[in-house]
Design a protein around this ligand. Structure first.
Ligand code: 26Q
Length: 757
């Protein structure tokens, strides 16, 4: 049966309609069934060793478009729908975005699954099936409000597998029911799987907001990603989630190993486990437990696990490095306690340095330390990040196990982040250098030959312009906000966190606002676009959102400022919004406090779509700067070694925000938070709390680099006026972005860590 016949049949069986009579919703469901069937039919890739990528997050984005592309039937379907008077884009609008992630770590996991499948490698994801996701963000009274994000519909990508495992908790047990999503490989006829475990009897969504009874573990274990952990019940729930995920995942691994005909003593020869940050770290003691249960000695079990597990670190922020009280683990999974104690005892035999202990004197279990002692690989996610791990954060471990440490600079799938989200730019690139770059993104570098081709440069500008116009239409429809597509689109999209320093961008806006009020107009109108969710319990992050929304309102209502400066915050920023916005961006804001952003991946997506980076020398920005050269990026700010020194107590070089506050320019900007204009719009207590924090503490040193940031950004705005010179910068950024393909990253993981064969 050909594609058309199959689709027509599905529509008839399901809706008893002819295709021409269908609405977008019905066509969406029919396509879901069609692609679902086709991907489910695909066999798994071959390989001696199979990878399991464990992650608390998989930020997949919508899948219909992606899957149609991977199946190679996208254009055929588009034409078919066109014959029926329908538009594929409108049909794709029907799909809800899976809410299984939060930010970079989760989107990286999704890009990796795409690349693993495209390269035909045998590797599945393992995670949890959160019913209400992270949360849905709404703005009311210029503040973030959270509601559940129920994304699972009766018809979805989730495939019931009929497989389930018992997870033993202290005092009770739960069944972990396995759902799968198929991950078709783009250039082959194989498919991997994303395994999502769920409770048997999920609780309904909370009635108002996202508060629920956190002690109701059986029903709520898979309700939300990162439930509020500001009390013990919330923290315990996270440990329940983590153990549920890794216990079920470990049981699945051993079951599949047996089905492939291997014994538990052959685990390391046939399985590789990548631990994505520390959320899945309990997989190590759990596997040891299961292996000893199958007759292996403790020595044998540890040996197998140590040759199976590899750990990726994504952060050096102390508060994000997980440490759980041992009594939590005792309560959630008492069977792990003796194993963790034994792992700790052995680690203390290797080194008596308390810095590398698993169990510290306060009774806290350092999850990353388990990974490093009992895994065979530790990787950072950008060159600078890995160097900081080796030289500072994890130095005692690097001294102990230098051979385990390696760098894997992140990447993004250009299939989604260029081909799918920016077809016009893709067509222009194809027209210049033909289509081979799609499979081999390193070839994008041949675009450099067009540096002096006026025709191509002007086409590039035209493609960007039409992307901006399209984004304006989409934002108007969604949020009723009208933007000027002829202004510079200055884009900062990432989780809201003080170290990412959205507050600096807000202070820049204040600077421009005040200048315009004084009659000093910028060289070019600027639209500052933010997309960010704040963790619900992260008070300062929510204050920063409040400030941005107040500035948005202030400027919106000021006809003198409005033509020159706009601020807009996208409501419920997610993968879908990123796909709309990234093609339209002119400036890519990457202004983290140097040393704190492990890599960044938005920086790579924006670069590939012709945005020019304005950033600090942090994370992968350093590698971007090296690749594009100084004329094609705007860098500023203190370098990581200086920042690390400023945090150092011993050097006596502590950062004092007041020293930076007390300069005429900075003081005026910070004090604007308490201005009558802003207080007329905002919440005085929130603005005052933010003001007090920036002035008196400023832990992430927003004021340290503020003046330089403002002047470098002014320079970028000025240079944007030379449209041809700017188009060259765009071209260089696109040409050099091939290195940041996640296909490259995954090849390196495979060659240097996984050896999937
Ligand atoms: C930790 C402890 C308790 C509760 C929650 C957490 C927690 C939750 C989420 C810690 C970390 C995260 C997410 C981290 C994350 O997204 N990191 C980003 O990973 C990207 C992929 O490597 C990098 O590009 C980013 O630089 C990094 O911030």
């Amino acid at each position: 049966m050909d594609l058309k016949e199959e689709l027509v049949q599905i529509i008839r069986e399901r809706f008893d309609l002819a295709p021409e009579q269908c609405g977008d919703r019905q066509l969406y469901e029919a396509l879901l069934i069609l692609t679902g069937r086709q991907t489910a039919r695909r066999p798994a890739p071959e390989g001696e060793r199979k990878l399991y990528y464990f992650s608390a997050e998989f930020l997949m984005g919508k899948l219909l478009d992606n899957n149609l592309l991977a199946l190679g039937i996208r254009e055929q379907v588009r034409e078919l729908l066109a014959c029926w008077g329908r538009n594929l884009d409108a049909v794709e609008e029907q799909e809800p975005e899976p809410s299984l992630g939060n930010g970079g770590l989760g989107r990286l996991a999704a890009c990796f699954l795409d690349s693993i499948a495209a390269l035909g490698l045998k590797g599945d994801g393992v995670g949890l099936n959160y019913h209400y996701g992270l949360f849905h963000q709404r703005f009311a009274d210029n503040k973030q409000r959270e509601t559940p994000d129920p994304w699972i519909e009766p018809e979805s990508w989730l495939i019931p597998t009929g497989t389930s495992f018992t997870v033993p908790f202290g005092g009770f047990e739960l069944r972990a029911v396995l759902w799968d999503m198929a991950i078709p490989g783009a250039y082959n006829d194989r498919a991997n799987r994303l395994h999502l475990f769920d409770v048997e009897d999920p609780a309904p969504a909370p009635e108002t907001g996202i508060d629920f009874d956190k002690t109701a573990v059986a029903g709520h274990l898979t309700s939300f990603l990162y439930p509020d952990d500001s009390d013990d019940a919330g923290r315990l729930l996270r440990v329940y989630q983590q153990y549920f995920m890794v216990s079920a995942g470990a049981q699945l691994i051993l079951k599949e190993l047996e089905e492939r005909g291997y014994g538990p003593r052959e685990l390391a020869d046939h399985v590789a486990i990548q631990i994505n940050d520390t959320h899945p770290s309990m997989v190590i003691p759990e596997l040891i437990r299961l292996l000893t249960g199958k007759g292996l000695s403790m020595d044998e079990a540890i040996d197998q696990v140590r040759r199976t597990c590899a750990y990726t670190n994504h952060t050096i922020l102390a508060e994000a490095l997980e440490k759980w009280p041992l009594h939590f683990i005792q309560r959630v999974a008492p069977q792990l306690e003796p194993i963790i104690r034994e792992l700790d005892r052995r680690a203390k035999e290797v080194s008596s340095d308390p810095a590398v202990a698993i169990l510290d004197e306060r009774g806290l279990v350092h999850m990353a330390h388990i990974d490093i002692h009992y895994g065979y690989s530790v990787n950072g996610v950008a060159a600078l990040h890995t160097e900081i791990l080796k030289k500072a954060e994890l130095k005692p471990f690097y001294d102990l196990y230098p051979e385990k440490f390696n760098n894997k600079t992140n990447g993004v799938t250009l299939r989604r982040w260029l081909e799918a989200c920016n077809p016009d730019l893709t067509a222009l690139i194809d027209q210049c250098i033909n289509t081979r770059w799609r499979r081999d993104p390193g070839r994008l570098v041949s675009l450099m030959e067009y540096m002096d081709n006026d025709h191509v440069l002007s086409q590039l500008v035209a493609v960007k312009q039409s992307a901006k116009e399209r984004f304006c239409r989409e934002l108007r429809e969604a949020q009723g906000v009208e933007l000027d597509p002829n202004s510079i689109f200055d884009v900062q999209i990432k989780r809201l966190h003080e170290y990412k320093r959205q507050q600096m961008n807000a202070l820049y806006v204040i600077q421009k606002y005040l200048e315009i009020k004084e009659g000093r107009l910028p060289e070019y109108p600027v639209t500052v676009i933010f997309g960010a969710k704040a963790a619900p319990a992260y008070v300062m992050a929510k204050h920063i959102i409040h400030l941005i929304l107040c500035l948005q309102k202030l400027i919106e209502n000021d006809p003198a400022v409005r033509p020159w400066l706009r601020v807009v915050m996208i409501e419920n920023y997610n993968v879908t919004w990123a796909e709309r916005l990234i093609p339209a961006a002119d400036i890519s804001e990457q202004i983290s406090l140097a040393s704190k952003e492990a890599s960044g991946t938005g920086n790579m997506k924006l670069m590939a779509n012709g945005a020019v980076t304005l950033g600090t020398m942090d994370g992968a920005n350093v590698e971007i700067a090296e690749l594009v050269g100084p004329g094609n990026i705007y860098t500023f700010g203190a370098h990581s070694d200086r920042v690390i020194h400023l945090y150092d107590d011993k050097g006596g070089a502590r950062y004092r925000s007041l020293d930076y506050y007390h300069t005429p320019r900075v003081e005026r900007l910070v004090d604007f938070l308490l201005s009558p204009e802003l207080l007329a719009i905002g919440d005085a207590a929130a603005l005052a709390a933010l003001w007090r924090d920036i002035k008196g503490k400023d832990w992430f040193m927003a004021l340290l680099d503020l003046e330089e940031y403002i002047s470098v950004k002014d320079l970028a705005v000025r240079q944007y006026g030379d449209r041809k010179a700017w188009a060259r910068k765009m071209l260089v950024n696109i040409a050099k972005s091939g290195y940041f393909s996640s296909d490259r990253t995954i090849r390196q993981y495979n060659e240097e860590i996984w050896h999937l064969g």
